[in-house]
Design a binder for this molecule. Structure first.
Ligand SMILES: *[C@@H]1O[C@H](CO)[C@@H](O)[C@H](O)[C@H]1NC(C)=O
Ligand SMILES: *[C@@H]1O[C@H](CO)[C@@H](O)[C@H](O)[C@H]1NC(C)=O
Length: 549
């Protein structure tokens, strides 16, 4: 029995959404490629979840929002993965879940060492950093498994071994989009289909909620992300001109680091910076050598088949093990960058004429805090509030210790007459970092996750007033909104924005901390899983997912 055949048979709903059509219309340059593709269905999506054995209750809680969608779950040990595949029946089982593992947590020479290779990281490493490499590996493992299964199924069906996937006139690829997020992120499959239907089959990593380290502070969400708009996005229709200044560009065929860097360089007035989160020279870079952005923690990212087909697994492995220990999202952003890909924004707020800000935090569809409110309600904070309080206390204590050390180092440098050294010591200690602003969260301590998916949301800025008419020597030259004028924005206040997000968001992040500083109790994990399960049931119903097998 072929698990794939079964799955293709399970879920075949054809969706058609107004906003998808709108999005497609805006992607007209690429329309030809898009038109030849069959409509996107649930069978084209695969959800990928890196997690740990302890947190599996969270993964199982989201099942009702994943019916008809294959799920691949990445665990720490191969033994656990094998046992769970046996138990649940794998992709052909009732939950269509397969478990994979990579580089067992116990460093073992014969298996090539632990997640960080032969040089295990210190035991004191933050949990998010310890699990980082495996989270960044998860999409690669999922791609590999799906390709192997498809080859096997095809060989059985045709009796041929030399079967090529994805080539012209051959079988369709085994999936079209991987939805990669954390174990406490809930995907809204109907909205994801709607958004991703607007994209062509060209290689893309899509996320509109990005984070940056600008060399001084962590920005999440970042307003200076080195990203692109989707290939073929019609900026003329939205902004009234093809190349508005300080604006990300639609880049074809794929978003390259150079294009993202160019946007940031322009936004920040070149190496001068504008003091607005633009950070260090290294972050601004030049050419294609600026600092990479990454999907904000828990927001999730959609990676398509074409993109993963380009990536060499061995190179990817060495990339995720290379460099400083970090979160899965940051390692993913770094490794995509290294293989030549930047992140593609959704452009959703622009398409809907709600904003002229391409990185508007109010209109993000990935991990928007307003979606968290809409999907999980206020109960999320009553269940998890005490955990966040403990986490904040632990983080504050850690920060205070770092600051004290920095102050002492600065005082010593000052006493020795080294003024520059004192400034450097202060900066290294993050003492000057402003923290906790509602949308531009700053945290110098990289061991703290930036909770931008659960921050409070300030009201969106009112639409700008219409531009004044052009007057030359007292004569009104330009009375009409001429060809270079952007079309008016829809008036959309807080309630309207929240409604729009609730109707279009592709992911909502509950945010159950992975941090030992918060020491999540069993009861808290159970309560969080119950909350996720209730939300998943509602989402599954709204999305019209097929009834349980
Ligand atoms: C190959 O196909 C046959 C008939 O459909 C089926 O009985 C068999 O289990 C399949 N084998 C594999 C390895 O999928
Ligand atoms: C983009 O939109 C403008 C204005 O709506 C339109 O005139 C133009 O033809 C569109 N460009 C493409 C390539 O479709």
């Amino acid at each position: 029995m072929s698990s794939l055949m079964l799955l293709f048979a399970i879920a075949l709903f054809t969706y058609s959404f107004g906003s998808a059509q709108l999005h497609r219309a805006l992607l007209s340059e690429d329309g030809a490629a898009e038109a030849t593709q069959p409509p996107l269905t649930l069978a084209d999506l695969v959800i990928v979840i890196p997690t740990t054995k302890e947190r599996l209750p969270l993964v199982h809680a989201s099942r009702l929002a994943r019916r008809g969608i294959r799920t691949i779950i990445a665990l720490e040990t191969a033994a656990d993965a094998a046992a769970l595949n046996e138990q649940t029946g794998g992709l052909a089982g009732p939950h269509a879940e397969a478990y994979v593992a990579w580089a067992d947590a116990q460093p073992d020479e014969s298996a090539g060492g632990g997640p960080y290779g032969r040089y295990p990281p210190p035991a004191t490493l933050h949990a998010e950093h310890r699990t980082g490499p495996r989270a960044a590996m998860a999409p690669m493992l999922a791609h590999e498994l799906l390709m192997a299964l498809a080859r096997k199924a095809a060989a059985n069906a045709t009796g041929l071994e030399h079967y090529s996937l994805g080539a012209p006139n051959s079988a369709p690829p085994p999936y079209r989009w991987l939805l990669l997020a954390r174990d406490d992120t809930l995907w809204l499959p109907h909205h994801a289909l709607s958004l991703l239907s607007g994209f062509s089959g060209r290689a893309a990593a899509v996320c509109d909620h990005l984070a940056d380290w600008n060399g001084i502070t962590l920005l999440s969400p970042s307003r200076v992300a080195a990203a692109c708009l989707p290939c073929g996005f019609n900026l003329t229709a939205v902004m009234g001109r093809k190349r508005p200044p300080k604006f990300p560009q639609p880049v074809c065929p794929v978003c390259r680091p150079a294009s993202g860097c160019e946007f940031r360089f322009d936004l920040c007035n070149g190496l001068v910076g504008d003091g607005n989160g633009c950070g260090t020279r290294r972050f601004l870079g030049s050419g294609d050598r600026c600092g990479h952005s990454w999907p904000a923690a828990g927001a999730g990212v959609a990676l398509n088949f074409k993109l993963l087909s380009y990536i060499n697994k061995e190179k990817w492995v060495s990339c995720v093990r290379d460099g400083q220990p970090t979160t899965g999202e940051r390692a993913l952003g770094r490794c995509l960058w290294r293989v030549g890909f930047g992140l593609t924004l959704s452009g959703a707020g622009l398409s809907a004429a709600l904003s002229r800000d391409p990185l508007s935090p109010h209109h993000m569809l990935f991990g928007n805090p307003m979606a968290r409110q809409a999907v999980f309600g206020t109960e999320a904070d009553s269940v998890l509030g005490p955990v966040y309080k403990r986490l904040e206390a632990a983080a504050a204590a850690a920060r205070a210790a770092v600051e004290d050390k920095a102050r002492a180092a600065a005082a010593a440098a000052t006493a020795a007459g080294d003024a520059a050294g004192a400034i450097k010591a202060i900066a290294a200690g993050g003492v000057t970092t402003p923290g906790g602003q509602p949308w531009l969260y700053g945290a110098a301590d990289l061991t703290i996750a930036t909770p931008s998916t659960r921050l409070a949301v300030a009201a969106p800025p009112p639409p700008p007033p219409p531009p004044p008419p052009l007057v030359i020597d007292g004569v009104v030259v330009d009375t009409e909104a001429g060809v270079t004028q952007a079309p008016p924005l829809k008036q959309c206040d807080m309630a309207c924005t929240a409604k729009w997000v609730a109707g279009a968001a592709v992911s909502a992040h509950l945010d159950v901390p992975l941090d030992e500083g918060a020491a999540l109790t069993r009861a808290e994990l159970t309560a969080a899983a119950a909350l996720l399960a209730a939300a998943a049931e509602r989402v599954g119903k709204e999305a019209g997912l097929p009834a349980a097998a």
